[in-house]
Design a protein around this ligand. Structure first.
Ligand code: AMP
Ligand code: MG
Length: 344
């Protein structure tokens, strides 16, 4: 199959919507990352998503809608008052809510769970594709399973070339990490995966918010993943990644020492550092994570892909503060590093 990349004009959107209605897959930009979209209500189309990604069948998909009127058919019962407030405040945007699912949503879409994850993206191309196809779209990140999520059409092509007919190129993604996944089925909203909507923000809207323990550590022996995606290796580059957490002075000193040790051992090292700290590393090979956690979110997946392109064997990364979107950056970095974090 030849994978085409098209700018999302009217003709491309009409073609993409026709592909979706015919049960095919389409790469679409969202404000978080690029998604691999298909009709969420068609089990065969959904099966094709799992196949194209090489995704385990028990890792559920997020269903994307463009209008609140699409929600009722997907969920069972009315949204709770807390869910209503969150939708009012954060939709469209990078917040996914977990609801009890309706009969209409196939078990294959929810990875066998009786709940469904729903999000209303703000990206105009994603919204136009949902509206034009007239369907809710299951759309996981458009990477092959285990790889960093794509934040440009070119990244998505790297992983999906020959596997899908079309990718709509909406330019680089604004947020850069996947949506916050928030379980609103219990008494207190619970972050299962951090993203663009922070726990602080949920707390402001609902008065309370818990963060699942597995967000910043590996699952424990025998622990059930509330968010099934948490149990799989994800985002990992080929080289070994270590995160150094501590003051800027101490972290950069530890990173310099590790870099020099790796080089002396004949390995190819690479440093990921915040812009302001780059001078601390002199002429060592670095990639900038940007000026703050927001820019780090936009760059993190591209940086991990670049580490592979450079064939970096020892990747040494600074930590970012975990306030706001920083928690999402540290969750992705942590998982890419199998939570190999050195406190310095
Ligand atoms: P991705 O599509 O790559 O952004 O991954 C979606 C993530 O949402 C998965 O890793 C799941 O862990 C999570 N998710 C989707 N549906 C549910 C659900 N019904 N309950 C809990 N987590 C979910
Ligand atoms: Mg993903």
């Amino acid at each position: 199959m030849n994978t085409r990349i098209l700018k999302p004009g009217a003709a491309a959107l009409t073609e993409a919507a026709a592909l979706i209605r015919a049960g095919s897959l389409v790469g679409m930009p969202t404000e978080t990352v690029y998604g691999l979209a298909a009709n969420a209500l068609d089990p065969d189309a959904v099966r094709a998503i799992y196949e194209a990604k090489g995704r385990p069948g028990d890792n559920p998909l997020i269903v994307h809608i463009a209008d609140r009127s699409q929600l009722d058919a997907l969920i069972s019962g009315a949204p709770s008052p807390a869910a209503q407030r969150l939708m009012d405040a954060c939709w469209p945007g990078p917040l996914t809510l977990i609801f009890p699912k309706s009969e209409a949503v196939p078990m294959r879409t929810t990875g066998g769970l009786d709940t469904v994850a729903v999000r209303m993206p703000s990206h105009p191309v994603a919204r136009a594709l949902i509206a034009e196809s007239g369907l809710p779209l299951a759309a996981p990140s458009g990477n092959r399973s285990g790889r960093p999520s794509p934040t440009t059409a070119a990244h998505m092509l790297e992983d999906m070339n020959g596997r899908i007919p079309l990718i709509l190129d909406g330019g680089p993604c604004g947020v850069g990490v996947e949506s916050t996944v928030l379980d609103v089925t219990g008494p207190v909203p619970r972050v299962l995966r951090p993203g663009g909507v922070s726990p602080e923000c949920v707390r402001e809207i609902c008065g309370a918010c818990e963060v699942d323990g597995a967000v910043m550590r590996p699952l424990r022996e025998g622990e059930t993943a509330r968010s099934p995606g948490m149990k799989y290796r994800h985002y990992a580059p080929s080289g070994s990644l270590t995160i150094y957490r501590g003051g800027a002075e101490a972290a950069s000193a530890a990173i310099r020492a590790a870099y020099d040790r790796a080089e002396a051992a004949g390995e190819r090292p690479l440093i990921l550092a915040l812009e302001a700290n780059l001078p601390r590393y002199g002429s060592r090979r670095t990639r900038s994570l940007g000026r703050d956690a927001g820019e780090a979110a936009q760059r993190i997946f591209a940086a991990l892909r670049e580490a592979d392109e450079l064939r970096a064997e020892a990747i040494l990364s600074e930590a970012v503060d975990t306030g706001g979107i920083g928690l999402a950056v540290m969750n992705r970095l942590g998982r890419a590093a199998a939570f190999h974090i050195e406190e310095v």
